[in-house]
Design a protein around this ligand. Structure first.
Ligand SMILES: Nc1ncnc2c1ncn2[C@@H]1O[C@H](COP(=O)(O)OP(=O)(O)O)[C@@H](O)[C@H]1O
Ligand SMILES: O=C(OP(=O)(O)O)[C@H](O)COP(=O)(O)O
Length: 408
């Protein structure tokens, strides 16, 4: 199955037509400052191509996980401000997604203009499990394109989401694959069809249940899974250890126990940290100490302690595995890298990737932000993917709704 490409759409002619583009502008923010603009830079080429070709571009995007209603802290304003600085054309932001502001501004677009609609997740229908609800929202998005529109999906980071702006609009408009999605899929396709072993997967971050779900299909595919970040505490708890106030998804403990049981038969080894950096509270200047991973509650902070990074012994052990690998996929920071005191594990893993002769892929908004803010260059890695969950789901061989809906 193949998808139609952006170049095909441009060859068909877009001047004067409304082209709906789904981008992933879900960037990390510090207040209203974008701390890593990688996803904005990655989204720019497709929008620029369409603008140059005379399209009237309507961009949809999400930021964070608002609860289906407008919340100022999840506004796309900072992302669009940064977009405007980077783009050679003016970018407007509507005050709503499909309301009066969106309709009025869309109606006033001229050829080559770009309008970003406010966070699609401000409308609960975007992420609804109910097909009719999502469909109704998609209809309203599509209505903004007049009668002759088209859809370009360029939001690789969201292709694993069956959401209205990713999936349902593509069932309603002639649809095309954006260049970013195309490039990302090509790299991951190579990784899955020609995997050099040992194949090491490094998992961390805070979207614990999302990422635990992908491990099921990685058992037997990956030789080794290194477990860090927020999910390590669910692994420790599954082995009977107390984790004090650390991030724990208690309902996932049986899932992890099942993985641990099946791992050796499947030929996959889990490596769980043996030491952890425990803090007195979740803050950049919190007191902290390194303790054994099976004795987190014995730290000076007792049951109030929070594990915010893997310890140095574990980081060194992970680095050894990475250096001996031929393929490494990494998603999810090892700790709260945003705070210097808890960035050591993430830095050590990034460093090991740069020193490994393996083909290395770093995936995920925060993982990409982490390597950049810790001073590494994109060119030191085989590929930096804009999608963490999306690339993991691709690697486990799942059908990704945002990709399959584009297949003809
Ligand atoms: N031990 C931990 N406790 C709480 N949060 C953590 C921990 N380790 C990492 N994190 C957080 O995980 C976040 C990134 O997670 P996630 O969104 O899953 O990664 P990505 O965007 O790369 O897919 C970071 O903001 C980081 O602070
Ligand atoms: O940040 C994203 O994914 P990632 O953290 O897996 O890289 C994407 O923008 C998708 O966001 P979502 O996981 O809230 O659907």
């Amino acid at each position: 199955m193949t998808s139609h490409t952006l170049n095909e759409l441009i060859a068909e002619g877009v001047r004067g037509r409304y082209i709906l583009v789904r981008s992933d502008l879900n960037v990390p923010l510090d207040g209203s400052t974008v701390t890593d603009d990688g996803r904005i830079k990655a989204s720019l080429p497709v929008i620029e191509k369409l603008s140059d070709a005379g399209a009237r571009v309507l961009v949809t995007a999400h930021l964070g996980r608002p609860k289906g209603a407008p919340e100022p802290k999840y506004s796309l304003k900072p992302a669009v401000a940064r977009f405007s600085e980077l783009a050679p054309f003016k970018v407007k932001l509507a005050e709503d997604t499909v309301g009066d502001s969106a309709k009025e501004l869309a109606g006033s677009l001229e050829d080559g203009d770009v309008l970003v609609l406010e966070n699609v997740r401000f409308d609960a229908r975007e992420t609804s499990k109910d097909d009719a609800e999502r469909g109704a929202f998609a209809d309203e998005l599509v209505a903004l394109t007049g009668g002759n529109g088209a859809f370009v999906d360029d939001a690789f980071g969201a292709v694993h989401r069956k959401h209205a702006s990713v999936y349902d609009v593509a069932t309603r408009l002639p649809s095309y694959q954006g260049d970013l999605v195309h490039t990302e899929v090509e790299v991951l396709r190579k990784l899955t069809t020609d995997t050099q072993r040992p194949y090491v997967v490094v998992l961390g971050g805070s979207k614990v249940s999302d990422k635990l779900a992908v491990i099921d299909n990685l058992l037997g595919k990956a030789d080794t899974i290194l477990v860090g970040g927020g999910m390590l505490f669910t692994f420790l708890a599954a082995s009977g250890h107390k984790v004090a106030g650390s991030l724990l998804e208690a309902d996932q403990i049986p899932v992890v126990q099942d993985y641990l049981k099946r791992a050796s038969d499947a030929g996959t080894a889990f490596v769980i940290p043996t030491d952890v950096v425990v803090a007195s509270r979740f803050a950049a200047d919190a007191e902290h100490e390194v303790v054994a991973a099976d004795a987190i509650e014995d730290s000076s902070f007792g049951a109030a302690g929070i594990g915010l990074d893997i310890g140095p012994i574990s980081a060194a052990a992970f680095a050894e595995q990475i250096k001996a690998a031929k393929t490494v996929f990494w998603n999810g920071p090892m700790g709260v890298f945003e705070f210097e005191a808890f960035s050591g594990g993430t830095r050590a893993i990034a460093q090991a990737l740069t020193e490994s002769s393996a083909f290395t892929v770093v995936g995920g908004g925060d993982s990409a932000a982490a390597v950049r803010t810790l001073g590494f260059e994109d060119s030191q890695f085989g590929h930096i993917s804009t999608g963490g969950g999306a690339s993991l789901e691709y690697l486990e061989g799942k059908d990704l709704p945002g990709l399959s809906v584009l297949d003809r």
